[in-house]
Ligand binder design. Structure first.
Ligand code: GLU
Length: 427
């Protein structure tokens, strides 16, 4: 059966711009690969989504109520997997879109998981540690029926970290009456986390940069890189690339950016960041804003901050040859087409930032088998899986003349389609 646009699409409250963008990407590849209509329609919406209200006693003694979500997009391949983010822009549409991306990401990387995402609409930087702990624990209790090492395994995302995962693990364990480390990944090593998980996403981004540089045939001895976002992903990618002889010429965080065409001293910048809490004001660099960072003269641009940064209205200012997406959804569909037509090699989010969930998988496997790996083993396996996925995407893109994003999606979607076809429809 050939693909057509679904006729009587269900109406869902998740239809925000980001969700519609995720659906449009799926629609495009479904048409290209001739995905059967009924399967296409099923995959346009999440399998289940839960919205919860989360009352929290704040430090001033008053109770404030937050809204939280957990969405499972598809679970054909295994338990639902995906991060939990704390951010004021979190809404059902964003979480549902990111859950869909997780489905394709896990399938592309060959991980036995479905896609999930969660989040709480809040301003974590305005909350004390105690408030964040009470928020996390109550949210966990509210969504506990979805969770479990065979059902749904959360991990860190924007503004959540190892400590957040430790609270989720503890809350879940207390509720079921025994310790269950494998209910989350990205937890501290002291309670069953994996060596190398903290650095995994940034490391994966750096592997992709190196693979893309050789695929694009870039000859430069020290390719230049600009990194937008200097959190867990951007800072570790910059550190890795600097150590491999790349020249990191610009970086930015929420406060602004810095630029030095000779290359920034990344180890010194990291020390400065841990002291000052920001990259701006770093000596021997010029101050730039976020738009100037995107337009920096460089070989490789790594957007590793928020979504929707490279759009129709600013894409023509980009001067890079390669874009490696550390963030989820940083490029709009129009900008993606523009970059492809201009010959810029884009390593799409579901490939470029998949190092995190890949090492999450290693952490889950180690926890379930009670056999722990060395950091070297983790990094070697990560490099192998990332390298293989990059090669598959670059090859398919070349052979089928597809944008790299569509090639990556096609590989992910076809894996899910095959699993769903084999499992059939119940009842
Ligand atoms: N939040 C990360 C992502 O978007 C990691 C998810 C995970 O490890 O499960 O891929």
């Amino acid at each position: 059966m050939v693909a057509t646009m679904p006729s009587a699409a269900p109406l869902m409250e998740c239809e925000t711009p980001l969700f519609v963008m995720a659906q449009r990407q799926l629609d495009e590849i479904a048409k290209e690969m001739g995905l059967p209509t009924q399967l296409h329609e099923r995959l346009r919406y999440p399998k289940r989504s839960l919205t919860v209200t989360v009352p929290v006693r704040m430090d001033d003694g008053l109770v404030q109520t937050f809204t939280g979500y957990r969405v499972h997009h598809d679970v054909a391949l295994g338990p639902a997997k995906g991060g939990i983010r704390f951010h004021p822009e979190v809404n059902l549409g964003e979480v549902a879109a990111l859950a869909m991306l997780m489905t394709w990401k896990c399938a592309l990387m060959g991980l036995p998981y479905g896609g999930a995402k969660g989040g709480i609409r809040c301003k974590p930087w305005k909350m004390s540690l105690g408030e964040q702990e009470r928020l996390t624990r109550r949210y966990t209790s509210e969504i506990i029926n979805l969770l479990g090492p065979d059902k749904d395994i959360p991990a860190p995302d924007m503004y959540t970290n190892e400590q957040t995962m430790a609270w989720i693990m503890d809350t879940y364990s207390i509720n079921v009456g025994h310790t269950v480390p494998s209910v989350v990944t990205g937890k501290p090593v002291a309670i069953g986390g994996s060596l190398g998980r903290h650095e995994a996403t940034g490391r994966g981004v750096a592997y992709c940069v190196r693979r893309a540089v050789s695929h694009a045939g870039l000859k430069s001895e020290a390719p230049s890189v600009a990194v937008q976002g200097f959190g867990n992903v951007g800072s570790i990618a910059a550190k890795q690339l600097h150590a491999h002889g790349y020249k990191v010429v610009a970086v930015s965080d929420v406060h602004g950016g810095i630029y030095n065409p000779q290359g920034l001293d990344i180890p010194r910048l990291l020390a400065y960041l841990s002291e000052m809490g920001r990259v701006t004001g770093f000596p021997q660099a010029t101050a730039i804003n976020n738009q100037e960072l995107l337009a920096t003269e460089c070989d490789i641009l790594v957007p590793a901050a928020l979504g929707n940064q490279i759009r129709e209205d600013n894409v023509d200012s980009l001067k890079c040859k390669i874009v490696v997406e550390g963030a989820n959804g940083p490029t709009s569909p129009e900008a993606d087409i523009y970059l492809h037509e201009k010959g810029v090699l884009v390593v799409p989010d579901i490939l470029a930032n998949a190092g995190g969930v890949t090492v999450s998988y290693f952490e889950w496997v180690q926890g379930l088998t009670q056999l722990f790996w060395s950091e070297e083993e983790v990094n070697d396996r990560l490099e192998q899986i990332m390298g293989r996925a990059c090669d598959r995407v670059f090859t398919l893109s070349k052979e089928s003349n597809l944008r790299t994003r569509m090639a990556a999606l096609r590989l992910g979607v076809s894996t899910i389609a095959e699993a769903k076809r084999l499992r059939g429809l119940y009842p």
